[in-house]
Design a binder for this molecule. Structure first.
Ligand code: ADP
Ligand code: MG
Ligand code: MG
Ligand code: MG
Length: 400
């Protein structure tokens, strides 16, 4: 990494110019930095004549969100780029195309998706995405199935596992999701009025047991190549299109971690609705739509995953009677448990979601926070008893 340094705008523009087949030699290029600036730089390069545009993403060697003291390996840029290429190869319509990269500079050049909206923003505004469940079900089923031992030669799969060892970013997840919310930690971040709720999380032994089991699954189960950070801020959408970005947390882990991330973020938005919509009928309609989406995401994933298993499995034991059902049930239970962990950490942990934190009225914000915590705890505590997608909705309804 000797040549590594954060790019200046001029350097980003020359880099863009050097990519074959993109910009005419005499093009006048503009550059803007559009990232959130926590872990990475994101340069948006546009042609003043309105021609093509591209995105250059560059990893920074530290996480700013917790000060420069949290160093992060630049190898994650290589991991993100290889994961993007693999996801694009498996689901070309559902991920951005990678045009070029430079591992020394920790740079990936990719398709500009600025004509899409970040899904979290769209959901906060109350937008409906009727095609989303099918799209994300397809993304999850294909990326998880085809990178697992069900579809890969086990020797080849082990090479993959090695390529995607991602210790620094896994540590962020291990600490922020599976540890800090359950103890006193400087990484936790919640308002005074949630102190009783936070204390209850710290003292709930039954909850800790379920979190320990989910943490163990995250640490030890190399089922498939995960996206690893599949929240609604990592998804670009339009009414017709879905594109998944930002797989820098990619590693081999339990499939339910990715499916659960989607469901957690839909449920966080569900919990936030009273803070966004005054009209009771409109609010109920949006809430029902979000719960239907949760159920549809699971169904769309399961249907496609089973079809892939039936048509494409290479595992010599894949046809063993009952194996597919047990496997799918395992993924479903993990999905429920991980979804719950992700909801809890977004309320008391370091990093929150705008769906809830930007609700202006404090009483409505507090109600949303408590609702999200109640759903999260219900899912974690009961995840091992879930048998169908409907059971997840039943737990949600019991909690609210
Ligand atoms: P980080 O890992 O730092 O969160 P992201 O990959 O999520 O970085 O990108 C941060 C932001 O940059 C996104 O929310 C989006 O606004 C913008 N961005 C990232 N990739 C693209 C892209 N391919 N097209 C358009 N905008 C993008
Ligand atoms: Mg970010
Ligand atoms: Mg991101
Ligand atoms: Mg990221």
């Amino acid at each position: 990494m000797s040549n590594y340094h954060p790019l200046t705008f001029e350097e980003a523009i020359s880099f863009a110019r050097s990519i074959p087949g993109h910009f005419p030699a005499d093009a006048k290029l503009d550059c803007q930095e559009i990232g959130d600036g926590n872990l990475n730089l994101v340069f948006h390069i546009t042609d003043q004549n309105g021609g093509k545009s591209i995105i250059i993403k560059q990893a920074l060697p530290y996480a700013k969100v917790v000060g420069e003291s949290w160093p992060l390996s630049l190898d994650r840029a290589r991991i993100e780029r290889e994961a993007l290429q693999l996801q694009y190869g498996l689901c070309p319509g559902l991920a951005p195309e990678v045009y070029a990269f430079d591992d020394e500079l920790a740079v990936t050049v990719m398709e500009d998706l600025s004509d899409h909206t970040i899904m979290r923003k769209g959901l906060i505004e109350g937008a409906a995405y009727p095609l989303f469940a099918g799209h994300i079900g397809e993304f999850l089923a294909r990326t998880l199935f085809f990178t697992s031992d069900l579809a890969m030669n086990p020797q080849h799969k082990k090479e993959h596992v090695k390529k995607f060892i991602n210790p620094d970013l896994c540590k962020i997840t291990e600490d922020l999701i599976f540890e800090d919310p359950y103890k006193l930690s400087d990484n936790n971040n919640y308002p005074e009025y949630l102190e009783d709720e936070a204390q209850a999380l710290r003292e709930d032994g039954a909850l800790h047991l379920e979190v320990a089991l989910l943490r163990e699954a995250f640490l030890t189960r190399t089922e498939a190549l995960l996206h690893g950070d599949l929240h609604t801020g990592s998804i670009f959408v339009t009414a017709e299109s879905t594109k998944v970005i930002d797989p820098e947390f990619a590693y081999y882990g339990p499939m339910g971690f990715d499916v659960g991330a989607i469901i957690a973020n839909l449920l966080l938005n569900y919990a936030s609705r009273p803070g966004w919509t005054k009209d009771a009928d409109e609010r109920r309609e949006t809430e029902e739509r979000l719960l239907r989406m949760v159920s549809d995401v699971w169904t769309e994933f399961e249907t496609r995953f089973r079809k892939l298993w039936n048509e494409e499995a290479k595992d010599p034991m894949a046809g063993a009677p009952g194996y597919q059902d047990l496997y799918v049930t395992k993924v479903l239970r993990d999905t429920a448990g991980f979804a719950g962990c992700k909801m809890i950490r977004r309320i008391v942990g370091l990093s929150h979601v705008a769906d809830i934190d930007t609700i202006e009225d404090q009483r409505l914000r507090e109600e949303a926070q408590c609702k999200a915590l109640a759903i999260g705890k219900q899912l974690v505590k009961n995840h091992r008893g879930v048998n169908t997608g409907d059971d997840i909705l039943r737990l949600v309804k019991q909690a609210v």
